[in-house]
Design a binder for this molecule. Structure first.
Ligand SMILES: [Zn+2]
Length: 77
């Protein structure tokens, strides 16, 4: 059984959520990461706000990028 990462759907990072991701949340924990390091969470429409709020509350959130902009190949026709 082969598994090709490029074929896997991007799934929301929220715990227990299996919805397709629509956003990338880029974040950085200054206590753990160098300033140019970016961690990436994926978020569906439902969890974008709660995940962003979680990171914002800790001062970790750097940017939120819609996946349509991050990778146009994911756009549906
Ligand atoms: Zn979700």
């Amino acid at each position: 059984m082969t598994s090709d990462l490029s074929d896997q759907a991007l799934i929301c990072s929220a715990k227990g959520c299996r919805l397709p991701a629509r956003y990338q949340l880029h974040w950085n924990n200054p206590r753990l990461h160098t300033p140019d390091r970016r961690k990436v969470w994926l978020a569906c429409d439902n969890h974008r706000d709660s995940l962003a709020d979680f990171l914002l509350a800790r001062g970790f959130l750097r940017e939120v990028i819609p996946l349509d902009d991050a990778d146009t190949s994911l756009q549906r026709s």
